[in-house]
Design a protein around this ligand. Structure first.
Ligand code: SRM
Ligand code: SF4
Length: 567
């Protein structure tokens, strides 16, 4: 600014700075039982503690008619870097779901668990019980580094164990230092005297916006590694991770009708040794901290900083802070974004079962008692449960004699992986009734739509064909729909935009094919395309590639198109 005035800052910036490192008046608000809600400013701060204030949107009209306060409820999201919990922890989470929340656990697209429907009087109990299970919700939301994701089963190989260790170490390093969480939720004493509390990495303003890190172990891109602020692609030599190719500037969110917002794929910036990766992540984060847009939250993600200033500018800022140069990126190849469902054995001869959990919702329903079944497995099992970024669950490290017992429990509860190639690759965000931003249904609708589309695929002789389909109730992109071969993005109740042409391996986004379709419109649009795909596809050609090759959607110039490094 020419007059030297400080640039405008968004209201959330002031809330953060005034908050005394994320305290605000949350502690008082939680104890105030005259309302089910918290003070408005505090609802921004609780996000940093992993908590969202929501209301049951199904109940809104009736409560408004009766002039009642909205049915306020809270969502709590765990921080589980690498996604692994013990069976005992799973049982604790199961109990919390039953006694403090709405009776379900929700596995998210970032490899953790959410509880929905917690009323205010249960919130502190829920967090204390989570803490009692040696888990927490710190920094699961808010303008900080979020859950570091890595769908690596550490039992699969030493390299996978390296990656899980890296996810945990990065998460720990970038965790806020404020003791506010412990004071407010766990009744810990205020830190009296001693060192003044500070945030060495974040400072009092934290980051301009949320910040996300993902780690992939090629050839599996089961974290959609290019969809995050930082994507780390492991380089494995002799079964150990020697370093990471570093991609920066990915993100999915956009807003309908605002073309200056858009999903974007990360760009490959360089390579670092495994031992340098924490430092690299920290320096990238501090460049975003210092240069990211704090005036307009719709432009505040790191992807817009990189798009505006260019990758070379960004790399130079990171390298200045590191004091050394990143190495040239190493090549890598991905095959798929999905999970490898079913049983697989590791080198030690132990077994792992990857279970498809429809939209991540762990609940008991007629004929499918998934929550009870998984609790029974947790009681019988001494291995681990690993949450995946496709909202699925791995029952990991099953000794050979126990495999039959697990199979029997699954069968008794009606739990099985789906047959259809579409359903196996389907993912929907939460949306209604808890998400305050949903414009349309998603989790509650996609399963039925997939059933109808599977009929079309069956008719075209494509029943087993693996096709990635993802739906979200708004354009924010929580199920990463722009990386799906078939992406459906909510516009209004019952109305979706249809996107086609993404790569099966997560390295190319889709393009808008049709606007404002209802269910009949979606079916009418896809039926001829499935028939054409069955007739004209080349050997091994994926549906997304077919859509692009045959001009169903234009190849065009896509600024965010991902380019594999040549060297
Ligand atoms: Fe998300 C906001 C749910 C992964 C982009 N997301 C929300 C909120 C908290 C709504 C809100 O702000 O009031 C949703 C809560 C719904 C509910 O009732 O539970 C919500 N997001 C989810 C989850 C649960 C979807 C799911 O079905 O699994 C995922 C939880 C992840 C986690 O465990 O941390 C979830 N959200 C994502 C992802 C995918 C990812 O990170 O890999 C994205 C796209 C990637 C990205 O960030 O660019 C994503 N969520 C957003 C955005 C758009 C951000 C943007 O840059 O524009 C919002 C809205 C916002 O931040 O303003 C949002
Ligand atoms: Fe809510 Fe939109 Fe995210 Fe779906 S994509 S959970 S509707 S914010």
């Amino acid at each position: 600014m020419s007059d030297g005035a400080a640039p405008a800052r968004s209201p959330v910036e002031f809330i953060k700075e005034r908050s005394r490192l994320l305290r605000g008046t949350i502690a008082e608000g939680v104890r105030d039982m005259t309302t089910g809600a918290l003070a408005e400013d505090d609802t921004q701060l609780t996000k940093f503690h992993g908590i969202y204030q929501q209301d049951d949107r199904d109940l809104r009209p009736e409560r408004a008619r009766r002039k009642m306060e909205k049915a306020f409820i809270f969502m709590a999201r765990l921080r589980v870097p690498g996604g692994m919990v013990t069976p005992a922890q799973w049982l604790a989470l199961d109990r919390i779901a039953a006694t403090r929340a709405n009776g379900t656990l929700r596995i998210t697209t970032r490899q953790t668990v959410q509880f929905h429907g917690i009323i205010k009087s249960n919130l502190r109990h829920a967090l204390q019980e989570i803490n009692g299970a040696l888990l927490d919700t710190i920094a699961a939301c808010g303008d900080v580094n979020r859950n570091v994701i890595a769908t690596a089963n550490p039992y699969e190989s030493a390299a996978h164990a390296d990656v899980v260790a890296a996810a945990r170490a990065i998460s720990a390093h970038l965790r806020p230092h404020s003791r506010a969480y412990h004071e407010i939720w766990l009744d810990n004493e205020k830190v009296a005297g001693g060192e003044p509390e500070e945030e060495p990495i974040y400072g009092a303003g934290y980051l301009p916006r949320k910040f996300k890190i993902a780690i992939a172990v090629p050839p599996h891109n089961d974290v959609d590694v290019l969809a995050h602020e930082i994507g780390l692609i492991a380089t494995v030599v002799n079964d150990r991770v020697v370093g990471y190719t570093v991609a920066v500037g990915g993100g999915m969110g956009m807003t309908h009708g605002e073309p200056q917002t858009y999903p974007r794929l990360g760009e490959v910036m360089g390579w670092c040794d495994a031992g340098q990766v924490i430092d690299v992540c920290e320096k990238i984060l501090t460049v975003q901290r210092d240069f990211g847009n704090r005036g307009d939250r719709r432009q505040a993600r790191m992807k817009y900083l990189i798009a505006a200033r260019g990758l070379d500018w960004f790399r130079a800022r990171v390298e200045e802070r590191l004091g050394w140069r990143l190495a040239p990126p190493r090549p890598f190849t991905f095959t798929a974004t999905g999970d490898r469902l079913g049983w697989s054995a590791d080198q030690a001869g132990n077994w792992h079962f990857t279970l498809s959990v429809e939209n991540g919702r762990v609940a008991d329903r007629d004929g499918l008692t998934l929550r009870s079944g998984l609790a029974e497995i947790a009681r019988a099992h001494d291995g681990a449960f690993i949450l995946t970024c496709n909202q699925n669950l791995v029952i990991a490290n099953v000794r050979p004699p126990s495999r039959g017992q697990i199979d029997a429990i699954l069968a008794r509860h009606g739990i099985a992986n789906p047959e259809g190639g579409l359903r196996r690759n389907a993912m929907a965000c939460v949306a209604l009734p808890t998400c305050g931003l949903a414009l349309a249904e998603s989790e509650r609708y996609l399963p039925a739509l997939v059933g109808r589309l599977e009929t079309l695929l069956d008719e075209a002789g494509l029943a087993g064909e693996e096709i990635v389909i993802r739906m979200t109730g708004c354009p924010n992109g929580c199920a990463r729909p722009y990386l799906a071969e078939i992406g459906l993005v909510g516009r209004a109740p019952g109305v979706y935009n249809l996107y086609l042409g993404a790569a099966f391996d997560g390295t190319r986004m889709n393009r808008l094919y049709r606007r404002d379709l209802d269910e009949a419109g979606i079916i009418a649009a896809l039926a001829p395309l499935f028939a054409g795909y069955a007739r004209q596809r080349r050997e091994g050609e994926r549906f997304g590639d077919f859509a692009l090759r045959t001009g169903i959607v234009p190849a065009g110039e896509d600024p965010a198109h991902f380019h594999q490094p040549s060297g």
